[in-house]
Design a protein around this ligand. Structure first.
Ligand SMILES: C[S@@+](CC[C@H](N)C(=O)[O-])C[C@H]1O[C@@H](n2cnc3c(N)ncnc32)[C@H](O)[C@@H]1O
Length: 305
């Protein structure tokens, strides 16, 4: 459910900060975020799709917007796709979690709590500005894209992945509803225990979940935004249809069970089936179907030299 159309930008940013601060400690577990080979492969695939290919390309100074706990940036840093990282987020709690993981992985990451519409950096400081699942939270996207353009060096690129498409967002409601109906049968079959406290009631922050999203995009909205803010080599693509519907179904049934009662065997099956469907999406559907049909949109552009 998106934020109310009458919500002010200040309210949206405040709710985003409080919601993500509250979500930070369980965020990696909730979303199955991985910092090993699997996570790196997933992130590289997404960035490559957004940019229309990577082919061993790397970037010197990388700035992540809405970095959360570091899913995108720490994986890119580990692979050497970016050499130096500045991770930003409106939520200090998320950045604390990112710093702890960076330390465990032996990585250097500068973290700065800031909102995307006003970045505390000099002009022309970065070679790539990127993010995952963040644009849909930002109230004034034209202002934010203007900032991305300002802090990029000439010839630098932006790349954002995992943005909900308008149609895909509606499509995801169906597997969620179906999975909720099927959940009692699923729990019996996999012998998982029903969750005593529903996930949505687990922390104060969850009460804010319905207010943090501001946009779901049509590809044309993102193309207009890139063009209005002066980016060249503009690309907008779609990603994941079958994998996403299946993934939402899996996540919904799992959210009805006590996490420790869900067996390793089930989790392995869930992950492998998701990856198999992702391959079908990548090889068969994404090259053939229009971007708007997919759940996630990917967007990239280049600052003119
Ligand atoms: C859905 S999470 C994604 C986190 C991370 N990129 C990932 O993929 O795991 C969205 C993130 O954007 C941040 N965020 C929300 N509004 C923001 C804003 N106006 N400026 C900067 N970050 C924002 C949130 O605090 C949160 O960490």
């Amino acid at each position: 459910m998106p934020a109310s159309p009458t919500a002010t930008p200040e309210h949206i940013k405040d709710v985003n900060t409080r919601y993500h601060d509250a979500a930070a400690h369980e965020y990696n577990a909730k979303w199955g975020i991985d910092f090993g080979a699997t996570g790196q492969k997933q992130v590289r695939l997404k960035l490559s799709k957004a940019l229309g290919g990577l082919k061993g390309r790397s970037f010197g100074d990388g700035l992540e917007i809405g970095s959360g706990t570091g899913y995108f940036s720490l994986n890119l840093l580990q692979m050497g796709t970016i050499e130096r990282l500045t991770a930003t987020d409106i939520s200090p709690g998320m950045l604390d979690a990112l710093s702890r993981t960076a330390e465990q992985l032996g990585l250097e990451a500068e973290t700065i709590a800031t909102e995307a519409e006003e970045l505390p950096f000099e002009d022309e400081s970065f070679d790539i500005v990127f993010g995952h699942a963040v644009l849909h939270h930002i109230p004034d996207l034209e202002r934010a894209f203007g900032e991305f353009q300002r802090v990029l060096r000439p010839g630098g690129v932006i790349a954002f992945c995992g943005e909900p498409s308008r149609y895909g967002d509606r499509l995801a409601a169906l597997p969620k509803r179906t999975a909720l109906l099927a959940a009692p049968v699923w729990r019996r079959v996999v012998q998982a225990r029903e969750r005593a406290v529903p996930e949505v009631e687990q922390s104060n922050g969850h009460a804010l979940e319905g207010e943090v999203d501001v946009h779901a995009f049509a590809p044309a909205d993102l193309r207009r935004l890139l063009s209005a803010t002066g980016f060249e080599d503009r690309r907008v693509g779609g990603e994941e249809l079958l994998a996403n519907a299946w993934g939402w179904g899996l996540r919904t049934v799992e959210s009805t069970a006590e996490p420790e009662s869900v067996s390793f065997g089930w989790r392995r099956f869930a992950f492998n089936s998701y990856i198999a469907l992702q391959k079908v999406d990548t090889r068969l559907l994404e090259p053939r179907l229009p971007a708007e049909l997919f759940y996630n949109l990917l967007v990239s552009g280049r600052k003119p030299i």
